[in-house]
Design a protein around this ligand. Sequence first.
Ligand code: ADP
Ligand code: F6P
Length: 324
Amino acid sequence: MEKKVKTIGVLSSGGDAPGMNAAIRAVVRTAISKGLHVMGIRRGYNGLLAGDMFEMNLRSVSDILHRGGTILYTARCPEFVTDEGVTKGRDMCLEMGIDGLVVIGGDGSFRGARDLSLKGIPCIGVTGTIDNDIASSEYTVGFDTALNTVVDMVDRLRDTSQSHDRCTVVEVMGRRCGDIALHAGIACGATSILVPEIPFDLDRDVIAKMNRTIRTGKQHFIIMVAEGVGGVEEMAKYIEEKSGVETRATILGHVQRGGSPSARDRIVASEMGHHAVELLKEGIGNRVVIYRASKVVDMDILEALNMKREFDEKLYEIANEISI
Ligand code: ADP
Ligand code: F6P
């Protein structure tokens, strides 16, 4: 017979993302309304191992829905990648009476959740990463806010780029995933979009395109580059040399991770947090809450982690075709 779930824990882990607070709020409120106790664990798996946690109530999550970052703080925890670390985490859950855990983060955090589930503590993963890089989910909490921040920043860059007849090479976040670059590239009318998923040639895909466009009268350019491609300073020098257009590089950096979450991120995070608690309440663990066909559903963590992420090549082609 399944053990009755009385107390659950919640933590945020890995890089923070706008909307994590909305997910925490939904977890706490859903759990309390279902008669459960909730322990808020600080700084991801670090807090779990150190027993750094506190009981949350309805008011612990007041006034956080609109705030970026995470009130539970977040961290990376190398110890949790070891078997001893996960065993220690399991023992801490038993000691603190935690019968299940909601882990808000990305794929790395979900690996930890899977390991802890296999040691007998049911865990549910909730997506929280600006990168949109979780293969099993069509959407990750934080992506929409980050994207809108990028669009706002690049619109500003475009103003100055246009006034000076310049080319601006912009680096946006995404180490292995070009989704921010692709979507922001379309939304900002970038001349070229360079992502780690698609091989490119600077002469063919940037310089030749700029030259064609110059002939039609355009004299300022945005080149959108994903962090995983890197090298934007050198790229800017090369573009200036080859095209004759004065070029600057801008790395947007961590500004993309902050700020008040968009309505979309607040709503998806709330749905996902709620769904996670419904599963835990039934004693179900080892699942990730994902977005599929515009619905919040769940699937086995291991199956989810084994999925290969597909880059939207069709959207990339569209971007290419309309950026002339
Ligand atoms: P994200 O969750 O955003 O992908 P990370 O990859 O940095 O972020 O992972 C966050 C944390 O998840 C790590 O610091 C570690 O504590 C835990 N983690 C990552 N990979 C594993 C793993 N293979 N096994 C157990 N825990 C892991
Ligand atoms: O995973 C989110 C992310 O913002 C990536 O886009 C980026 O590569 C990384 O985290 C940066 O991590 P850190 O905050 O450790 O510099």
